[in-house]
Design a protein around this ligand. Sequence first.
Ligand code: AKB
Length: 303
Amino acid sequence: MSIKPAQTQKRILVTGSLGQIGTELVSRLRKAYGPENVIASDIKKPSKNHFSIDGPFEYGDVTNIDTLAQLIVKHNIDTVFHLATVLSALGEKMPDVALKVNATGIQNVLELSKSHKFQVIAPSTIAAFGPQTPKEQTPDITVQRPTTIYGVTKVYTELLGEYYQKRFGVDFRSLRLPGIISSEALPGGGTTDYAIEIFYEALTKGQYTYLSEVPENRLSQRTYNITAMSFTPKELADSIRKVKMPRFSISYNPDFRQKIADTWPKSIDDSIARRDWKWRPDYALDEMVKDMFEKLEPKVKKN
Ligand code: AKB
């Protein structure tokens, strides 16, 4: 994901900042807006290597509206990147926790945005689609009947955000992200985590904000599909062989996550994001594989 240099000054709070998106996003936001203007928060304790050393870090439990309100007021926040979430695979193991964190979390953030007037950027996901959704080139507006608790809470996030935007004028924006591949954070409970696990196996054994800067009059909707690349485990293994390890071998042992993935689209249509705010991915499969090896190899060797 590319970040443009800041056009405006912002005071940003990132919830769930120690997760896969947060770990990369906080560093990028700090480069764009200044470290002191980006408050990272989570319920976990950051490790020494985390970005906490470059800027402020606060305890932030999104299920507790008072803790959240204190952070917003104390730091004079005008933008919240609400990333705290329980992902699909973990959510199926503890649906009650997923419901609380994902649904109560966005509800609290939106409720506070009404009174404290801040912009809300909350990611959605391809998991907000379900088995009845068209599988190929899935459009932005289509059938959404997900079968995981994660998907259900993300449909709730999209609809509640759009409701608060129309009803109360909250500047809510959302992207439907597919699987996230990060070299900075270990996978954390998603169905698509296999794509990152493969790199660790290979090494040990053998975007963004730009949306938040787009003038509101260019947005024709509040929730956008985006996509960069789609691949199967075999295509990923082929690319690893091509780019880095000609002798890399892979064996397939699908678990319950395969059933979840089967309910999601195979490819999504992001033409409206490309049209409205010029979304363009920087990476295709081989570039991503190259980048992952460049970043991960030194880390794995060090450990
Ligand atoms: C997951 O696998 O749960 C996430 C997602 C598709 O949102 N990566």
